[in-house]
Design a protein around this ligand. Structure first.
Ligand code: HAM
Length: 434
């Protein structure tokens, strides 16, 4: 017996229907804001993630799964170098791939309306698995390219809240945590002062933070260690370093959110784990999914398109984790109402009716109905049980009597009302015209 790899789960039919509904609701809500779907490869050249997400991030330095194509396998085993183009990795997130696709396919908006894209699918990170943290997980994300205005950020966050409402969340119970990370200009000054502060306090920081001082000092801010957090409370705050443009941008995002009744918590320590962010960053946190409480994260990335070889084009986006959102739903005690999938169950009341029943089932399917039929010669009683299990809306019973009269007996499974209709009136019945 070979089990699934560590940190992966099978999405079994009972759960798969929720993933389908989840995507449908996202398409519906995000579609109202003009987002259209894009699908990019599950693996890309490793360099895309190194340049896009940042070499010093945990995601790139520790968590990527490498992909080695058959032809290169022997070379890698022999310790030989493979060409940069053949150095591939499974995507740990969707933004870098979407931006690459947009540049490569000449889709960057040049003075026209911003390009609004959404995607849904698996991402891969070799993290230590725990509740709400997997090595293969599902994300739904959006990316908006070509507009730097604060109203794009506010619109995106409001849209996200509408999506959570559509899922059934009481959004008052979700924490929207907000920060501005400034632009490269203001961040350079901040980085310098933060670095100085960290070096001064090095002896009181945990090993990981000490490691991060030179490599990625901003990441020390979201260290989970309580002792570090106490030290970092005294660190310089990015909000005090924002240039006028960044300050005004942030104020406008906050004011648009406030005017739309969206509550948020400001946290100057929110820096996110990917290096591409500029200005607005945010997370949706839910207090009830354990240590992995970020259901969604995102923000603005005005330098990424240029970094990946495109024209200077601003960007904004977010991605939400399916598994964590499902966990939060379960912990809050609500589910989606799964749609009934069986319209008709065709029950065979006598051996002679088998052929007719098969024909009726097929014609209903061709007409567009979802139909189940017994294939295993069950008794009529067991067939009714089966119809209940399938949650059929109607059962069509065909026996000797019906065959003789050219009729069908239709039973409403909710009201238990039963009526006989002529066989040639079946589709009129389906249309509700009888
Ligand atoms: P992220 O914060 O790395 O952002 O991931 C977004 C969401 O994916 C998280 O809030 C979480 O729900 C889920 N997630 C991340 N890692 C795991 C994991 N190991 N297991 C389960 N769920 C996980 C991004 O990926 C950015 N690309 C978002 C973005 C789009 N920013 C701008 N545009």
């Amino acid at each position: 017996m070979i089990n699934s790899p560590l940190g992966t789960v099978d999405i079994l039919p009972d759960e798969a229907k929720f993933w389908t509904i989840f995507q449908q609701k996202a398409r519906d809500v995000f579609g109202r804001y003009g987002y259209v779907e894009i699908s990019t490869p599950l693996f890309e050249q490793t360099d895309l993630f190194v340049r896009g997400i940042g070499e010093a991030t945990d995601v790139v330095s520790k968590e990527m799964f490498r992909v080695i194509s058959g032809g290169n396998l022997e070379k890698v085993f022999a310790g030989e170098q493979i060409k940069a183009k053949s150095n591939l990795s499974l995507r740990p997130e969707g933004t870098a791939g979407v931006v690459r696709a947009v540049i490569q396919n000449g889709m960057l908006p040049q003075g026209s309306a911003p390009l609004k894209l959404m995607y849904a699918g698996p991402m891969f990170r070799a993290e230590r698995p725990q509740d709400g943290r997997q090595r293969q997980f599902m994300q739904i994300g959006v990316e908006c390219l070509g507009a730097s205005e604060a109203s794009i950020d506010a619109e995106g966050i409001i849209m996200l809240m509408r999506f959570y409402e559509a899922l059934g969340f009481d959004t008052k119970k979700l924490n929207l945590v907000l920060n501005s990370m400034g632009c490269p200009k203001c961040r350079a000054n901040y980085r310098k002062d933060l670095l100085e502060f960290l070096k001064k306090n090095e002896k009181d920081l945990c090993e990981t933070c000490v490691e991060r001082i030179e490599k990625n000092p901003l990441r020390t801010l979201d260290c989970k260690d309580e002792k570090c957090q106490k030290v970092l409370d005294g660190a310089p705050k990015i909000s005090e370093y924002l240039c006028d443009d960044c300050k005004n941008h942030y104020e406008e995002v906050k004011s648009l959110l406030k005017n739309s009744g969206i509550k948020f918590i400001e946290d100057w320590k929110l820096v996110r784990g990917l290096d591409y962010y500029t200005r607005t960053v945010f997370e949706i946190q839910s207090g009830d999914v354990g240590a992995q409480d970020a259901l969604c994260g995102g923000g603005r990335y005005d330098g990424l398109v240029k970094e990946l070889g495109g024209n200077d084009t601003p960007g904004f986006g977010f991605a939400l984790g399916y598994e964590r959102t499902r966990l939060a739903m379960k912990n809050n005690g609500f589910e989606f109402e799964p749609a009934k999938t069986c319209d008709y169950f065709v029950a065979i009341a006598s051996d002679g009716a088998k052929e007719k029943a098969f024909e009726v089932a097929q014609s209903l399917r061709d007409y567009g109905c979802n139909v189940e039929i017994d294939h295993q010669n069950r008794s009529l009683k067991s067939q009714f049980k089966l119809a209940d299990k399938f949650m059929a809306k109607f059962t069509i019973i065909i026996g000797e009597d019906e065959l003789k009269k050219g009729e069908l007996c239709v039973r409403n499974m909710e009201t238990h009302d039963q009526e006989n209709i002529k066989q040639d009136k079946l589709f009129a019945f389906v249309e509700g015209k009888l």
